[in-house]
Design a protein around this ligand. Sequence first.
Ligand code: NAP
Length: 373
Amino acid sequence: MSARIPVAVLGATGAVGQAFVRQLTGHPWFVIAEVGASERSVGKRYADAARWLEGTLPAEVAALEVVPCTPDAIRSPIVFSALDSGVAGDAEPAFARAGRLVLSNAKNFRMADDVPLVIPEVNASHLALLASQQRVRGWSGAIVTNANCATTVMAAALAPLHEAFEVRQVLAVTMQAVSGAGYPGVASLDILGNVIPFINDEEPKIEQELGKLLGRTDGAAVHHADLVVSAHANRVPVEHGHTVCLSVGFARRPSVAEALHVLRSWTGDALVQGLPSAALPSLIVRDESDRPQPRRDVMSGRGMATVIGRVREDQLLHLRLVAMSHNVVRGAAGGSVLNAELLVSRGLVHRETGALQLATLSASTFARPESAA
Ligand code: NAP
């Protein structure tokens, strides 16, 4: 690819927005042309508006002026959105109506029938919904969503097992990092040395989204997987990395050895392999009895891998295991960028202009190559 596609980051000053800036800096296909945020930040240099959280603020974005999150102020064809749900509900459709491709991290459109909710290694084919989305809504652009960051951990870990044995019941207990609450997020005196057994609106998202992610699409809709999820969401004093303890029941009960074999053999959708942000392997199974741990494992695969451990029999359901991934990278910015890379690589986004070209969508666009797991 010769020229890089200009892209914008909405909510660029927040925790996920900053992760987008890190993920996109030096990207081979995309270049950050615009950054948007609230009135508080508009008109400032990005370096002055963002209280930069990790490492050095990339020089190429430091001097960009922060602009309002509207399609008049932002001209880029691809828009990565790290907006809060209170803002995303109006802002993201405005961009889609104006012909832009929106990669959203907000909850607003995830469960809509015509909106793809995508983890590329797991359900790339759900992107075929974009054609009916444009038809139904009359948009020339489109919205693609990421899953909730705790659901992302679960879906990545359970997809191989679902494919082999059909997941039917999931009991999930999460231990979610403070960066999942954004910046400045949870007050330090509330979380240091503490566990908070409640995260607003988190359990319903986890309970609803998994069935859609593991469902199958006929191109017009997603037929949700026939499973039930019970979630307990907890905030813990960890910087990055959501850990989820899972007990799982299946239509066909696997032995621990069979489950481990399936998890270790999983390569995800082969269409994703080789994309700039893809981790290979995207799933890592650890043998140690005390892994995964956020401190040691969160940056596996540059923050894009899901790490699994403690696969064993369960006294209530069939199997239990622990899974963990980086909530801000895998569960947010990195996941969105991977979605955009997949759309470019499948020819649905023009490689130089960044324009959506859904007329090229066909039954073979997301067909899995023979080697896919
Ligand atoms: P955050 O740190 O609070 O950042 C919010 C961003 O939105 C800031 O850039 C803020 O700009 C901007 N903003 C607020 N009000 C606005 C307005 N009226 N107009 C335009 N911009 C506005 O939140 P976050 O953690 O990055 O989360 C962003 C989104 O990602 C949320 O929908 C969240 O649910 C989702 N998400 C987060 C995670 C995670 O791990 N953190 C994971 C998955 C999904 P100012 O600085 O100018 O106020």
